[in-house]
Write a protein that binds this ligand. Structure first.
Ligand code: SAH
Length: 537
């Protein structure tokens, strides 16, 4: 099967020209490339988690490359001709200097090695009879995890940096494979991330150790051999209290026959680097069976892991697993689609027993193939939009502060430079029922003169943030941010200013919905003020 610089997934007829889907080597079901994630808001941690070792290693093979570099790395398809110019070993695999034969396992393996080396500064050895990971697809999973974690760390004050690069994060990669690809990609991109990497296959474990040593990441990645009968999330066995995430690319197939059938349809020798060996690809119940085991363990471990996640090869698996999560009452979950190329897709699911809500991009993606009924409730809402010329941003900020200060919030803090405020509360203090009760309380206070005799905080005065402990706030029923976002059109079109509410914390979507309704009304009311800000469009 021959490919030019635009190769697609394997499995097409020999000689077909395809786009590179970033997943060429793998025959693990419907495939896909990645739409890079847009991580607009992220937050710093307050608690350092268990680390498997000192994660302050200065090793960072990718040098000063930042999140933006990684986010857009495979937005365009790799140019094989250019890669050949940069890597003689890759060039030796090309025909006419630009075509790569995706039916040739050696060519596919070289592509993976070349991309890891040139784009991430990583050096890997891969066996010819184990899975050869397609780099863009694996990279997509890491991009999503960064978005998921960054956007759901505890943030109890506004204006913090987009993400805390020094945040200590520990992840578990179940079934890391010979390549050790996820821990390697994660460590390169986030110098303060550490991994535990497990596998049951002796040959893969041997290569994983070799790849660990080659990249000098022994202080940040711990490889652990397991047996098929062991639990999948061995926190107790390893003496770990809590970790930040679990990730897995599970064996997809239910039987060797299913795997062999797929390999034959793709004109591949069985058990080549393209197909993977049965130990990697097959398990009881396929990917659904594997992830069900993780769900069962998560129901016991609960908040000892902030995010449990898995990649999935079939959309039908996503539906089944989301059903299982809902049956267990899990409401904080995230769905992602990894699309690399224009046809093939992978999906991912994540769930949490914590109360921090991830961003819209991390929790709902933007893939129409995933029905809306499968997605978690949205965590962001634009409550008002103005043409930029018709609005005074100072007044707009004042209107938001006025609206919030009129509420009995447990805490509220506004950050001017980032035009963003963060608030926490335990119940619906903007609703009619609460306001009526408050009015009654105030009139009875006046009648009894209670506030004249020492009640230091009248019901009219919201508490200040410093009055509440971090712990109180971390357990609040509802946390939100309100931000002014200004976008300026590149062309002649006029820019706009928007007020955007973000659901940061809690498990009650109805509360977030009613809060955005209150905010929308407040913003409209402010516009009608004679000294108002302009007109809402
Ligand atoms: N993470 C690699 C490999 C995925 S293939 C990649 O994305 O390319 C699935 C891997 O899970 C195989 O390496 C297989 O050996 C491993 N595996 C299967 N059962 C396992 C178990 N019970 N515990 C840990 N790893 C397991």
């Amino acid at each position: 099967m021959e490919m030019d610089t635009l190769g697609r997934r394997p499995g097409l007829e020999r000689g077909t020209k395809r786009k590179y889907a970033g997943d060429g080597p793998e025959t693990r079901g419907p495939e896909g490339t990645t739409t890079p994630y847009t991580n607009r808001r992220a937050q710093p941690p307050t608690v350092a988690r268990n680390q498997i070792s000192n994660a302050n290693s200065t090793f960072n093979p990718a040098g000063s490359k930042d999140d933006e570099y990684y986010k857009t790395l495979y937005a365009k398809e790799p140019d094989f001709g250019l890669l050949g110019q940069r890597d003689p070993e890759f060039k030796a695999m090309l025909r006419h200097g630009v075509h790569l034969d995706f039916a040739d396992p050696a060519a596919v393996m070289q592509l993976t090695k070349t991309l890891l080396r040139l784009d991430f500064g990583l050096h890997v050895d891969l066996p010819s009879d184990r899975l050869c990971p397609p780099v863009p697809n694996r990279h997509n999973y890491i991009l999503w995890l960064k978005d998921l974690l960054d956007s759901s760390v505890p943030l109890h004050h506004p204006g913090a940096r987009e993400h805390e690069a020094t945040r200590q994060v520990t992840g578990l990669d179940i079934g890391t494979g010979a390549s050790l690809i996820y821990p390697l990609l994660g460590c390169v991109q986030r110098p303060s991330w550490s991994f535990i990497a497990t596998d049951v296959d002796a040959k893969s474990l041997g290569y994983a150790h070799r790849n660990l040593d080659r990249n000098n990441l022994q202080s940040r990645i711990r490889i652990v051999g397991r047996t098929a009968a062991d639990c999948l999330i061995p926190l107790d066995d390893l003496g770990l209290g809590t970790i930040d995430f679990v990730m897995v690319n599970p064996p997809f197939y239910t039987s060797k026959a299913e795997l062999a059938d797929l390999a034959s349809r793709k004109s591949r020798p069985p058990n080549s680097a393209c197909t993977g060996a049965p130990v990697e690809m097959v398990c009881a119940g396929g990917e659904v069976g594997f992830v069900r085991r993780i769900i069962d363990e998560s129901l016991v471990l609960r908040q000892r892991v902030q995010w449990y996640t898995s990649m999935l090869g079939k959309l039908s698996s996503l539906e089944v697993l989301l059903g299982a999560l809902k049956d267990h009452g899990v409401t904080n979950y995230a769905v992602a689609t990894f699309v690399q190329g224009n046809k093939t897709r992978r999906w991912a699911v994540g769930w949490s027993f914590g109360n921090r809500r991830p961003s819209l991009s991390a929790s709902r993606g933007s893939d129409p193939s995933v029905g809306k009924n499968l997605l978690p409730p949205p965590t962001e809402a634009t409550v008002a939009t103005w043409p930029i010329s018709s609005i005074g941003l100072q007044q707009l900020g004042q209107a938001i502060r006025d609206a919030m200060q009129a509420l009995d919030l447990l805490s509220w803090a506004w950050n001017g430079p980032s035009s963003q405020g963060v608030g926490f509360v335990n119940n619906n203090v903007w609703g009619r029922a609460y306001r009526r009760k408050k009015a009654r309380d105030i009139s009875s206070t006046h009648l009894t003169g209670a506030d004249a005799v020492g009640d230091s905080r009248s019901p009219l005065q919201p508490k200040q943030p410093e009055q509440e402990s971090e712990r109180d706030i971390a357990q609040c029923t509802f946390g939100f941010s309100v931000a002014i976002q200004v976008s300026r059109d590149a062309g002649d079109g006029e820019g706009k200013a928007q007020v955007v509410a973000r659901w940061l914390q809690g498990n009650d979507y109805v509360l977030f919905e009613s809060f955005t309704g209150f905010l929308r009304k407040s913003m409209h009311a402010a516009c009608l003020d004679p000294d108002g800000m302009g007109s809402i469009t």
